[in-house]
Design a protein around this ligand. Structure first.
Ligand code: ADP
Ligand code: ZN
Length: 754
C-alpha cells in the first residue's frame, strides 16, 4: 500500500548514501497520513521494530514501517506535498525499544484497517500502542541467592535466613526475612558480608503454559464432526475461515476448545490463539471453563485492566509465552509473535463494531488478519450475522452446523403473548399469562428471567398539566428517569440532573409522570406481584464492575435468586442451569425505528435471550410479549424455525441491494453551528459521485439531530457489491474541499443509523 508521506526523491540529493546511516519510515500513533522519515546510525533495525523518536518536541513510540528499499519502491506514487528532507537533516531515532518487532500480519492489518475505514494509519496504530508502559524498561527488583562465602560467625537467625534462601531460591530481602522469620537487618548483614548475592529480576513473570489436563468431555456426533473439520484446518494451516453455527447450548465452546488444544499440541510450534468475545461475556464462566480444561487461566485483555497487568499481557503476547489470549475487540491489535488461530465467539454481537475514533468491525478485521497471517479463523454463533451467512453461501466460509442441544436438553417452547388481548392492568407491563407462568416457576423453585432492553425507570417523563417532556439540553433525546439514583439522565451524552419536583416549564408541582417502562420499573412491578421472590437486577447501572457481575452470576448459579430482570447483558452467552423461564417484556422495541438491521438484530437478541432457558435437563419456556404476533421474527421464534424468516429477510435485502448484497457508507456531518452543517452537507450532496451502481441519499437530519451540542446531518452512500467505495469517497471528500468548523465522519458498513 502506498502512503502519502513517502516523497519523491531528488536525484541531486545523494542523501541516502551517507556513511553507515539509513533512512527509515516510522509510523507514529498520531493523526498523520503516513509514516515520517527518521535517520538511524549504524545497522538498520528490522522492519516492525518499536522505537522511540522525537516529534514536535516530545518523545513518542513508533514502529519502523518501511526500510530504504521500500521507500525507493514507493517513488512512483509519491506525492510531493512535503519536500523530502535530505538524510542528514532528519532526526535520529532515539532508541530501539527492547521488545520483539511487530510482525507483518499486524502491520498489514493496520494498513488495511486504515485504508478500509478511511482513517489515518497512525490512529489505527494508536490502538496497538495503547500500552506505553510496555516500552519502558521492565521494573526490576533485587533478589538474593546464596552464592558467597559462609561467614565465620553464623548466628542462628543468620543460619535461618541462609536456609530459607537455600530452600526457596532467590528472593527479595523482605521475602527472605518473612520466610526465615528474622528481621531485615539480619538479611542485610548477610548481604554486606557477601554471603547472599544479589541479581536484578524483572517483575513481569512469564505466563504459565496451558496444559491439556482436566476432564475433557466426550463429544457427541455433531460436535465431533465440527471439531474434526476444525482440526483438519489447523493441521493443514493456511487461511481457513469457518462459521460454527450451533443452537444455544449445542456445545460450540467445547468444539472450539478442541481447536485450541490442537494448536497447543502441535509439535514443534509455539502458535498462539486469539479469542475475541463481546466484552461482557468475558466476565462469564468462560475463564473458569478454560482453566478447567487447560490448567491455567488464559491471558485476558480488556478495557479496564490495571497498568501492570496490561504491560505483562502485552509483553507476553509479543514475546510469545502468552499462548491463549482472550479479549474484547481491542485484542485484535495485540502484537502476537506467532498467531496460529483466531476465534470470534458470538460473532453476530454488535459490540464488535467500534463506533468512536476508528470505526471498524473487529470480526471483519479479524478475518482480514487471519488472511494476512494465513491461519484458520472460527466464527461462532447461534445466530450468525447475515454477512457471515452470505459468505457461506458464496463458498467463502466453511459451514459447520450443530442443530441439537447437548445432552438431550431441548430448545425451549416459545409462546407469543398478544398484548392486545392479554393486557396487563394500566401502569403495568407484565401480562396475566406471563404473571401466571412466573408464579408457577416460583412454586416449582425454578428460576425466571425477564428481559427489557431499556435502562432506568421510565424512558420519558411528561408533565400532565402542560405536556412538557424532559429533554436533554445537548441532544435530541429524552431524559430517562433513574429512580434509584433520584436522577434523570441522558443516555447519549451522560447529562443528568436531580429529578425535578415540579415541571420546569409550567412549574406545576407533582405534575411530572413517568411514561413507559424501563428495567427498574419492571423490578418494582415484580416486587409488588411477588413480594417473597428474590429479585436480581442485571444492568450496567446495577452491575458497573466485572466483580459485581461475577458475583451476580455466582448468586444465580447457587440458586439464591428467583427472578432476574435485565437489559441486553442477559442475552449474552451465560449458562444458568436452573433457569427455565424467559419473559420478553417488549419484543417490538427493537423493531421500532425500522433501520436496515432491525429484523436481524431483534431475531438475534430474542433467540439469544430465549436460549438462556432450559439449558439443563428441565424444559424451558419462553413468553414473548408483543403487539405484532404475526411479525415474521415472532413467527420464526414461535416455530423454532429461523429458516423461513432468514430467507425472506435476506431476500428483501438482496432486492434492495442492501448489505451483505450491496454496500453502504454513512457520512455524518456535524458541528456546533447548524447553518454551517447544513451548508456543508448540501455541498457534499452536490459534489456526490455519479457512477453506475452508486447512489447517494440525503442529506437528512440525523435521528439524533443534536448530540453533545453538535448538530448532525447524514448522507448515505449505497453501492452495488464489488464497487470500491473507499476510493470514491476519498475523491469525493477532496472534491468537496475544506469544511471549516464542520466535521465529516465516514462510517463504512454502518450498523447504527442514529
Ligand atoms: P454453546 O456455546 O453452544 O451455547 P456450550 O459449549 O456452552 O454451548 O455448552 C453448553 C453446556 O453443555 C455446557 O455446560 C457444556 O459444558 C455442556 N456440554 C457441551 N457439550 C458437551 C459434551 N460433549 N459433554 C459434556 N458436556 C457438554
Ligand atoms: Zn444528552
Amino acid at each position: 500500500m502506498q502512503l502519502d508521506a513517502f516523497q519523491k526523491q531528488d536525484p541531486d540529493q545523494q542523501s541516502d548514501s551517507f556513511e553507515g546511516q539509513h533512512r527509515v519510515a516510522v509510523l507514529l500513533p498520531m493523526p498523520l497520513k503516513g509514516p515520517l522519515d527518521y535517520r538511524v546510525d549504524g545497522d538498520c533495525p528490522p522492519l516492525g521494530s518499536f522505537v522511540w523518536v522525537k516529534v514536535g518536541g516530545k518523545v513518542s513510540p513508533g514502529v519502523v514501517w518501511d526500510l530504504p528499499e521500500e521507500i525507493s519502491g514507493a517513488e512512483e506514487n509519491a506525492t510531493s506535498k512535503t519536500k523530502q528532507y535530505p538524510l542528514h537533516k532528519l532526526k535520529l531515532i532515539e532508541n530501539i525499544i527492547d521488545v520483539p518487532p511487530m510482525r507483518d500480519d499486524l502491520r498489514q492489518t493496520i494498513d488495511f484497517v486504515a485504508h478500509y475505514t478511511l482513517s489515518d494509519p497512525g490512529l489505527v496504530l494508536r490502538m496497538a500502542l495503547s500500552t506505553r508502559q510496555a516500552f519502558k524498561a521492565t521494573p526490576i527488583k533485587m533478589v538474593y541467592f546464596a552464592g558467597g562465602e559462609i561467614p565465620e560467625r553464623l548466628t542462628p537467625p543468620r543460619q535461618r535466613a541462609l536456609d530459607a534462601v537455600k530452600g526457596h531460591g532467590a528472593m527479595t530481602v523482605r521475602q527472605i526475612a518473612d520466610v526465615a522469620g528474622v528481621g531485615e537487618g539480619v538479611v542485610r548483614g548477610l548481604i554486606s558480608c557477601g554471603t547472599l548475592v544479589g541479581i536484578e529480576q524483572g517483575v513481569d513473570k512469564k505466563y504459565q503454559q496451558p496444559k491439556v489436563t482436566g476432564q475433557w468431555p466426550t463429544l457427541n456426533d455433531e460436535q465431533h464432526q465440527a471439531a474434526t473439520a476444525l482440526l483438519v484446518n489447523i493441521k493443514e494451516g493456511g487461511f481457513k475461515p469457518a462459521l460454527l453455527e450451533g443452537v444455544t447450548g449445542s456445545g460450540k465452546t467445547e468444539v472450539y476448545f478442541e481447536a485450541i488444544k490442537a494448536v497447543l499440541e502441535k509439535p514443534y510450534h509455539d502458535g498462539q490463539v486469539m479469542v475475541l468475545l463481546p466484552e461482557i461475556a468475558l466476565t462469564s464462566q468462560w475463564l473458569d471453563r478454560f482453566e478447567a480444561r487447560f490448567g491455567v487461566k488464559p491471558v485476558v485483555w480488556h478495557s479496564n485492566m490495571g497498568t501492570a497487568e496490561r504491560r505483562r499481557a502485552w509483553k507476553g503476547v509479543a514475546e510469545g509465552h502468552a499462548r491463549v489470549v482472550v479479549g474484547a475487540r481491542s485484542a485484535l491489535f495485540l502484537p502476537f509473535r506467532d498467531l496460529a488461530l483466531i476465534i470470534v465467539d458470538e460473532e453476530h454481537d454488535p459490540s464488535f463494531k467500534q463506533e468512536e475514533g476508528v470505526f471498524y468491525h473487529a470480526r471483519d478485521m479479524a478475518v482480514v488478519r487471519a488472511s494476512f497471517k494465513k491461519i484458520p479463523i472460527i466464527l461462532a454463533s447461534a445466530t450468525p450475522s447475515y454477512e457471515s451467512l452470505h459468505n457461506v453461501e458464496q463458498g467463502k466460509y466453511q459451514h459447520l452446523t450443530m442443530r441439537l442441544r447437548h445432552g438431550g436438553a431441548t430448545l425451549p417452547d416459545v409462546s407469543l403473548v398478544d398484548m392486545r388481548l392479554d393486557q396487563p392492568p394500566s401502569g403495568r407491563w407484565i401480562s396475566p399469562s406471563l404473571e401466571k407462568a412466573l408464579a408457577e416457576k416460583l412454586e416449582q423453585k425454578q428460576q425466571a428471567m425477564l428481559f427489557l432492553n431499556r435502562r432506568g425507570y421510565a424512558p420519558l417523563t411528561l408533565c400532565r398539566t402542560c405536556g412538557e417532556r424532559l429533554t436533554c439540553p445537548h441532544c435530541t433525546s429524552w431524559l430517562v428517569e433513574h429512580r434509584q439514583r433520584g436522577q434523570v439522565l441522558c443516555h447519549h451524552c451522560g447529562y443528568g440532573m436531580r429529578t425535578p419536583d415540579e415541571c420546569p416549564e409550567c412549574h406545576e408541582e407533582g405534575s411530572l409522570v413517568p411514561c413507559g417502562p424501563g428495567v427498574e420499573r419492571i423490578v418494582e412491578e415484580v416486587g409488588n406481584l411477588f413480594p417473597e421472590a428474590r429479585i436480581l437486577s442485571m444492568t450496567s447501572d446495577t452491575l458497573p464492575t466485572t466483580e459485581e457481575t461475577l458475583a451476580a452470576i455466582d448468586q444465580i448459579i447457587s440458586g439464591s435468586v428467583d427472578i432476574i430482570v435485565g437489559t441486553q447483558i442477559v442475552t449474552k452467552g451465560y449458562h444458568f442451569p436452573g433457569l427455565t423461564l424467559v419473559g420478553v417484556i417488549d419484543a417490538d422495541l427493537g423493531l421500532k425505528g425500522g433501520d436496515l438491521r432491525a429484523g436481524e438484530r431483534t431475531w438475534q437478541q430474542l433467540s439469544q435471550v430465549a436460549g438462556r432457558a432450559g439449558r439443563d435437563s428441565a424444559k424451558g419456556n419462553v413468553y414473548i410479549q408483543t403487539y405484532q404476533p404475526d411479525h415474521p421474527v415472532n413467527e420464526a421464534l414461535k416455530a423454532g424455525d429461523q429458516q423461513a424468516f432468514l430467507k425472506a429477510d435476506m431476500e428483501s435485502r438482496q432486492t434492495h441491494h442492501m448489505p451483505p448484497f450491496g454496500r453502504l457508507a454513512a457520512l455524518i456531518v456535524s458541528g456546533p453551528d447548524e447553518g454551517l452543517v447544513i451548508k456543508a452537507a448540501r455541498r457534499l450532496a452536490a459534489t456526490a459521485p455519479h457512477y453506475k451502481g452508486v447512489g447517494v441519499l440525503g442529506p437528512a437530519p440525523a435521528p439524533l439531530a443534536l448530540l453533545r451540542g453538535q448538530y448532525r446531518y447524514r448522507l448515505l452512500m449505497k453501492a452495488e457489491a464489488g464497487i470500491a467505495l473507499q476510493k470514491m469517497i476519498r475523491q469525493w471528500l477532496e472534491k468537496a474541499g475544506k469544511m471549516g468548523k464542520v466535521r465529516v465522519k465516514v462510517d463504512i458498513d454502518p450498523y447504527s443509523f442514529f
